[in-house]
Every structure is written in structure tokens, then in C-alpha cells.
Design a protein around this ligand. Structure first.
Ligand code: ZN
Length: 411
């Protein structure tokens, strides 16, 4: 959760000011929930959900109705957040569940297994694994069905965030996950892996309440040079993590605006329509994002717009990388492509990185050769190629590097 960021936000389309309607504020005045309506285009353009600003995942008709009701509410309490993990004694397990790898409760997914938590809450969500052997689940609050989810995805396994309910009354509620056994036509199984519930609830007496800033990174580590650049931002400055994925930082200057509905971002937005006012950020970092936007030129123009004059941008993106994050991978870029992308800013440095052996290994694995070729033989070939990396100069690497990185300043 972050301190209110309303003053830097705007309509993603017309960049007009936002009106906050039908708000729910905590006893301390923090904005927990609202409909956001553009005062210029008079349209419901976003929603505040449990302190997060969401310009993507909302139903416009529902939000319009909410805005027209406009009955602002102040809660008589502050709220705090906690996670209830797989081994928490408050979980009630019904049917076949077992602890898995010290991190999950696992069910084979036969219909009717239940995992239940009774807790005071205003908002609750759950993190479950999506993977190729998954089944389906149903969510209930106080016995009422509030949603269903297919946990199947074709490759990899990812811990995925599922909001279950928001803006409840803070009284005790029974939240339930029921396995349905039903499976996606391509799923190899009906498994369900539970990681944790994330519970927002009335703060207890004497408890330290939000805004509590924490650091957590469930995606790529930040590059050292990015961390160094963050240090140059003044204490009262602002940092945009442009498509930062599932991460947050215990730094009041830090704002993560992300497309995917992960748990940790502060703002959910489209890179082509950033909901930030012009000249807002001292530093914008964009790590492995630009290959995943369908119009990278427009995305960079949006980055330039929200950067302060004299402010800096660090952007690293794909060159010789195989397709990943299917189907959200659109354009890879050469070093010259990177120069064109940032032509309206002053490029202070253009660099490239990622050894040839790293690239070849990734490409081979992308087409399954890591499994199709006998392990020892695969390793022998890769070891041989790895020994060639040192024969390649930095200038030569430019033409085969895994990625390119730009440091640019707004004029
Ligand atoms: Zn507007």
C-alpha cells in the first residue's frame, strides 16, 4: 500500500483531472476505495480498490452507477494488512490437502475439497498457482459464490493473485476456496496449490497501520545501475517503475505502474495511456517491458511525457531474445532501433549485454531442446559455446546481444 497518489494521477485518455466519487476513506483519511471520473471527458476511467489505482480492470457500467450514487464514507477505524499462509492454524482444511515443499497447501482437486478461513476483513484475495496440471476453483464469502477461476496455463508455473472480495464491513467473514475438479480441456490434471490469503482488516489496538511500506520483489532483480540511479533522485522526488511486475519498495518515492493484475503494483495501467500528469517523475525505469507493448514508440512518448524536464529514463529491452510471455511479446530492438525509440530525448548512454552463449541456450530451451537432447550432450555443447564468449569483443556483441539498454534525459 502507498500513500495517496491522487495528485499525480490524471485521465489516461485525455489527461484531464480526476474527480473522486463514492469514496471510502479510513479513519486516518486514507483513500481506500472510489470511482475515478475524468472531469474533462466526464467518463468513469478508473477505480480505487483497496488503496490501488486501477485503470484497467473495472466494469464501466458498474463504475458509472457507483459514481452517480456518490455516498462518501469514512470508516470508524484504520485498516491493516496481513497474509495467512499455507501453514497458518486458522485455516480449516476439508478433503484432501497436504503441505507441499514448505510453501503450499496442495490438493489433487477432486470436487468438494475446501480451504476455509474465518477472519475479520474488509478486503480479501488469494494467491494460487497457475500451471499445466491445474483444475478449477470456486470462491465463496459467507456461503455465497463470488467467483470461479480456471488455474490452467499452458506452460510454467506462476503464483497468481485472485481478488475475492472488496469493501466488506470489517466484521468476521468466512472465506472459502472450493476445488471443482473440472479441468481445462488441455490441462493435464485438476491440482490446486494454495499459497496465501492476503487479508485487509480493521487494525487492532496499538497496531502500526498503513501506510506501511515494504520491499518485495517477485520478478526480475533490479540491475545495480538502476539501483544507483534511484539514489540520485531527491528525497521529495518520484520514481516510476514502468511495468515493474509483481514488486514494491519500502521507498515513498517509488510507484509501480503495471499492466498485469499482480498483487503488489500500486497502479494498474496501459503503457500506451499512462494515467500520470506531465512532468511528474524524476526517474523512470523500464526493465524488460518495451518488447511487450504493441506500440513501443507511443510507449516511449508516454514515458517522455511523464518524466520531468532534466529527469532521466533507464530502459532495458530485448534484442536477440526468443519469444517469451506469450502472446504479449511484439517487437525486439537493435541498438539503432533503441536510438530511434528515444530520438526525442537526449541519449546519454546506449549499451548492450547478454553473452552469445546465454542467448543460444535460451533459444534452444525455447524450442524444447533442453528436454529433447540428452542432458550430458546438451551441457557439452553449451559448455563449448560458453568458452567462445571470451572471443567476442563488446563491439562485436552489439550484433548478437540479448538486450539493449538506454539511459536518456528529457530535454
Ligand atoms: Zn478524460
Amino acid at each position: 500500500m502507498i500513500p495517496d497518489r491522487l495528485q499525480i494521477l490524471c485521465c489516461p485518455q485525455c489527461k484531464g483531472d480526476l474527480a473522486v466519487l463514492d469514496s471510502i476513506r479510513t479513519a486516518g483519511g486514507r483513500l481506500k476505495s472510489a470511482a475515478l471520473v475524468c472531469s474533462r471527458c466526464q467518463e468513469a476511467v478508473g477505480e480505487v480498490v483497496n488503496f490501488k489505482y486501477d485503470f484497467l480492470h473495472f466494469d464501466r457500467d458498474r463504475l458509472r452507477a457507483r459514481a452517480s450514487r456518490n455516498t462518501p464514507l469514512q470508516l470508524p477505524y484504520e485498516v491493516s494488512q496481513e497474509t495467512v499462509g499455507y501453514a497458518d492454524p486458522r485455516l480449516e482444511l476439508e478433503g484432501e490437502w497436504q503441505p507441499w515443499e514448505g510453501r503450499y497447501q496442495q490438493s489433487e482437486g477432486a470436487p468438494g475439497s475446501r480451504l476455509r478461513l474465518e477472519t475479520r476483513c474488509t478486503d480479501i484475495g488469494v494467491r494460487l498457482i497457475k500451471h499445466p496440471w491445474s483444475g478449477w476453483v470456486r470462491f465463496r464469502v459467507d456461503g455465497q459464490v463470488v467467483g470461479e477461476s480456471d488455474l490452467y496455463q499452458p506452460s510454467f508455473s506462476t503464483v497468481t493473485w485472485f481478488p475475492i472480495a472488496n469493501d466488506l464491513d470489517g466484521a468476521p467473514h468466512v472465506v472459502e476456496i472450493e476445488t471443482l475438479g473440472r479441468r481445462h480441456e488441455r490441462s493435464n490434471g485438476t491440482q490446486v496449490f494454495f499459497h496465501d490469503f492476503v487479508v485487509t482488516r480493521p487494525a487492532r489496538k496499538g497496531e502500526v497501520v498503513e501506510p506501511r511500506l515494504r520491499s518485495e520483489n517477485r520478478v526480475l532483480a533490479l540491475w545495480d545501475e538502476v539501483v544507483e540511479m534511484m539514489k540520485t533522485v531527491p528525497d521529495d522526488g518520484l520514481i516510476l517503475d514502468h511495468g515493474g511486475g509483481d514488486r514494491t519498495m519500502s521507498d515513498p518515492r517509488y510507484v509501480n505502474a503495471e499492466y498485469t493484475h499482480y498483487e503488489l503494483p500500486h497502479v494498474y495501467a496501459d503503457a500506451l495511456y499512462l494515467p500520470f500528469k506531465d512532468n511528474t517523475f524524476d526517474f523512470v525505469m523500464s526493465q524488460a517491458v518495451l518488447e511487450h507493448v504493441p506500440d513501443p514508440f507511443r510507449a516511449v512518448e508516454e514515458i517522455r511525457r511523464v518524466t520531468k524536464v532534466g529527469g532521466k529514463v533507464w530502459a532495458g529491452f530485448a534484442f536477440m531474445q526468443p519469444v517469451h510471455a506469450v502472446p504479449y511479446h511484439y517487437f525486439n530492438s537493435t541498438a539503432w532501433g533503441a536510438e530511434h525509440l528515444f530520438q526525442n530525448m537526449t541519449i546519454e548512454r546506449l549499451s548492450w549485454s547478454g553473452d552469445l552463449s546465454f542467448t543460444i541456450d535460451w533459444m534452444c530451451k525455447a524450442v524444447g531442446l533442453g528436454d529433447k537432447v540428452e542432458a550430458e550432450r546438451y551441457r557439452a555443447v553449451m559448455d563449448e559455446i560458453k568458452s567462445w564468449d571470451k572471443l567476442i569483443t563488446y563491439e562485436e556483441l552489439r550484433d548478437v546481444a540479448s538486450g539493449v539498454a538506454v539511459i536518456a534525459r528529457k530535454r
